[in-house]
Each structure stands twice: as structure tokens, then as C-alpha cells.
Write a protein that binds this ligand. Structure first.
Ligand code: HAM
Length: 434
């Protein structure tokens, strides 16, 4: 069916068949996050532009090239959120979510927007699951965060992953490293791409993140940040690795890992999954010990991560697979006048009238007014387990077991029909082979 309109470039519709996988992913993730003590925050999809410029960083690709920025009717500059950490920190301060507690655990799940060149695993609207731990500065917090990240991946069945880690130092040791990096790249400026030549002046650390092939030799020979760390930063990084070892989480040190956002201090990490091709980071994060203070709050160390949901689903299989919704029962109206009775019987069997019931069935009625035989074809196509016929015969409701292809015992009354069907459904749900 042709339409005059298509979905905007770089965005996708999540359709039935796939949406079930999203619902399951969200449910599993929420369950795991709650077991680690995290509570959800839902912030608006847009914020004042300045929030992202000040946190993500003026010289990052995200701010320079990828923001969806617009003016509202009063001339305020607003931006569709490209990430969730800055909005969450804003909300944390605005509503005093810390309540004076030394530790606050918060999470978010929702769409983010970046004007990037679309390809598999990279979209202009994409979803993130993000967790942020505000308050603790100790290496145990970093380890717990990475442990949570891995627990979510394992919870959805992704085991073949690599945890890459680095430390970016802090305000004590990073300036000296930045200068060493600047000198290194200045001496090889001729090899750098146009963007990196500009980065040399604005933010030389960003060059380490460049993917342009001609820049790679200069990047490969750049000094390692790990050689420039001050003692407290080095001890912190060692402490994180030791804690991960104690938890049995395998990790690799990646001295060139800098990540695409400017708010990081000390620990940064990414998790890569097999089968994702070029966009192989299913998520990443790190420590941002200055951001709360930069937003006007008290000095509050913090660490967090975000997982890209499309990439997570891609890594566990194709985005588009998923099974159809199979009804337990289709109520068949034997004659056109019986459709209202079919609706009543269906409503009873669903078991929702008395405030919801776990024992309710999934029941469909053909409201298109088709013949009884067309309704039967429709029920088989949906792979319904039973067909129930209305109006009932004088001796009760006729039931057909569509799976077995034979008639089931007639049920004398609506309550006995309901009880019998529920009993069948319960037997089936215990049978794990279904
Ligand atoms: P990020 O590395 O920019 O970090 O994004 C995290 C993840 O979001 C990526 O690893 C990827 O899975 C997914 N992602 C990013 N861009 C796209 C895209 N265009 N299409 C599809 N997926 C994408 C952050 O956003 C930080 N806020 C993470 C963080 C939280 N750091 C501390 N707390």
C-alpha cells in the first residue's frame, strides 16, 4: 500500500513482531535495574540548547554537527536531547533528588536524537537505556556500574562481549596530557584530516576518536594517557580493575579510548559486542566528577553508562523477527445478529471486568461482519487455539479445538465455558514446549 509519506531518514517504525522484543527488553532491563536499586526518571525529549553545549562540549561532533536545534515561538533555543546524562543531572539538581543522601541511583529509557549519517546500527532517532550513580567517588562504584551493564547484557542473553576501559585523568593531570597530545599531533599536522586540524586547536584529545583512515597512523603513535596519570588517578584506575577482577568481569585496557563527550573524568568504558559490524559499541559510559558542579550543584562525583537499544537487539538477533500474537480463543458469531453476544462472551472470557485477572484469556472477535466460515478461516490464520460458537446450542456452547482439529466437549453455561478454557490455558502454559 503506497503512501504519500515515508518515515524521516534515519528513523524507523517499530512494528508488531518487533515491538514485542522491545517490550521484553524493557521489562528485563527494568527488573535488573530495580534489583540494583535504580529508580526511573523521565525527562522531556527537549531541553534548552545550552544544557548540551555546556556538558557534552562545544567542540564535540555531537554539538557541532548532530544537534536537532530549533527555536520555539518565543525565540528560545531548544534541542532534542542527543543523550540522557545532562538532562538527568539537571533533573537531579532541579528536584534535589539526592535528598542529602551520599548515593543516588537513577535510570532512564527513551529515544535520543543525533543528526548522524544513517547506517546499520546508527540512526537519527535511537533508544538508550541509561543508568547514573551520583555521589560515590570510590573505584567500587565504577566496578558496580560495569557489573550492572554486564548484568543487563547477560539478562537479555548477550554473552559474547568485550569490556574496554581507559582513564582520562582529572583536572590535575589531564592538562599536561592534552599538551603532550597537542605537540604530538602538531608535529604530524600534514597527515590529519580537515576536522582533526581544527580539533588540534579546539580539543586535541578528540583526534584520538577520529575514524578517518588517513589519521590512524598519527593516532597509533600518540602518547598514552595512562603514562600521564597523576598518582590518585592511577590508583583509582588500578582500584577499578582490581574490583572487576574480584567480580570475575573480564576487561581490557584501551589507552586510546576517549569517547565522544567532553564531561568525562577518570574512568571511561565501552562494551563491544560481536556481530555489530562498524557500530560495534553496544554502549559506553564513564565517570563525570565535575558535571554536577558545572551545573551549579555541590561537588558530586558520578558515573554512568548508556546502552543503545537498537544495537542491543541487533546483537541478539535481527531487529525484525518476533512471533505474532496468538489468541487463546476466537468467538465465532454464527449469524450476523450474534456479533453483540460474541463481544459479550469475549469480554467475559478475557476476565478483565472485575478489575483485571491474571487468569484471563486472549480472546478475539471478528468485528468485520464476515460469514461464519470466513471467521473460521481467520481464526485458523491467527493460530487461535479454540473457537467458541455463539449463540450457544440448547445444550450449551460448542467449542472446537483448532490445534487438534476436532470438537472439544460442549460447555453447558458461560461460567463452565470460562472455567474449562482457563483450565486448558493453565495446562498449556505449564507445558514449556508451547
Ligand atoms: P554514547 O557513547 O554517546 O554515550 O552513547 C551510548 C550508546 O548509545 C552507544 O554506545 C550506542 O550504542 C548508542 N548510540 C549512540 N548514537 C547512536 C546512533 N546514532 N544510533 C544508534 N545508537 C546510538 C552517551 O550517550 C552517554 N550519555 C553515556 C553515559 C551515561 N555516560 C555517563 N553516563
Amino acid at each position: 500500500m503506497a503512501s504519500k509519506f515515508q518515515v524521516p531518514r534515519g528513523t524507523r517504525d517499530i512494528l508488531p513482531g518487533e515491538s514485542e522484543r522491545w517490550i521484553a527488553l524493557e521489562a528485563t532491563t527494568r527488573e535488573i535495574l530495580s534489583r540494583y536499586g535504580y529508580r526511573e526518571v523521565r525527562t522531556p525529549l527537549f531541553e534548552s540548547t545550552d544544557l548540551f553545549v555546556r556538558s557534552v562540549g562545544e567542540s564535540t561532533d555531537i554539538v557541532r554537527k548532530e544537534l536537532y536545534t530549533f527555536e520555539d515561538r518565543k525565540g528560545r533555543s531548544l534541542t532534542l536531547r542527543p543523550e540522557g546524562t545532562a538532562p538527568l543531572v539537571r533533573a537531579y539538581l532541579e528536584h534535589a533528588l539526592g535528598h542529602g543522601d551520599p548515593v543516588t541511583r537513577l535510570y532512564y529509557i527513551g529515544p535520543m536524537f543525533r543528526y548522524e549519517r544513517p547506517q546499520a546500527g546508527r540512526y537519527r532517532q535511537f533508544w538508550q537505556i541509561g543508568a547514573e550513580l551520583l555521589g560515590p567517588a570510590a573505584p567500587a562504584a565504577d566496578a558496580e556500574m560495569i557489573d550492572l551493564f554486564v548484568a543487563i547484557l547477560q539478562g537479555i542473553g548477550l554473552r559474547d562481549v568485550r569490556v574496554l576501559m581507559n582513564s582520562l585523568g582529572d583536572s590535575v593531570c589531564r592538562p599536561a596530557y592534552r599538551e603532550r597530545i597537542r605537540e604530538h599531533f602538531a608535529s604530524r599536522e600534514a597527515e590529519l584530516c580537515g576536522d582533526c586540524k581544527e580539533r588540534l586547536r579546539t580539543n586535541p584529545l578528540r583526534i584520538l576518536d577520529c575514524k578517518v583512515p588517513s589519521c590512524q597512523p598519527a593516532i597509533a603513535s600518540a602518547p598514552s594517557v595512562l603514562d600521564s596519570l597523576c598518582d590518585p588517578c592511577r590508583e583509582h584506575f588500578e582500584g577499578v580493575k582490581k574490583a572487576l577482577d574480584a567480580l570475575g568481569i573480564r576487561h581490557e585496557t584501551a589507552p586510546r579510548l576517549v569517547r565522544g563527550l567532553d564531561y568525562y573524568t577518570r574512568t571511561v568504558f565501552e562494551v563491544h559486542a560481536a556481530g555489530l559490524g562498524a557500530q560495534n559499541a553496544v554502549g559506553g559510559g564513564g565517570r563525570y566528577d565535575q558535571l554536577v558542579k558545572d551545573f551549579g550543584g555541590p561537588q558530586t562525583p558520578a558515573i554512568g553508562f548508556s546502552i543503545g537499544m537498537e544495537r542491543l537487539l541487533l546483537a541478539t538477533g535481527s531487529l525484525e523477527t518476533g512471533s505474532a500474537l496468538r489468541p487463546d480463543v476466537c468467538v465465532i458469531a454464527r449469524e450476523p445478529g450474534a456479533v453483540l453476544e460474541a463481544l459479550q462472551v469475549a469480554r467475559d472470557l478475557r476476565g478483565l471486568a472485575a478489575g483485571g485477572s491474571a487468569a484471563g484469556l486472549r480472546v478475539l472477535v471478528d468485528v468485520a461482519g464476515r460469514s461464519a466460515s470466513a471467521q473460521m478461516k481467520w481464526a485458523s490464520k491467527l493460530e487461535a487455539r479454540y473457537a467458541v460458537f455463539v449463540p450457544p446450542d440448547p445444550d450449551g456452547y460448542a467449542v472446537r479445538d483448532l490445534e487438534a482439529g476436532q470438537d472439544a466437549p460442549k460447555q453447558a453455561t458461560l461460567p463452565s465455558l470460562r472455567a474449562w478454557l482457563r483450565q486448558q490455558a493453565a495446562t498449556v502454559s505449564e507445558d514449556v514446549t508451547r
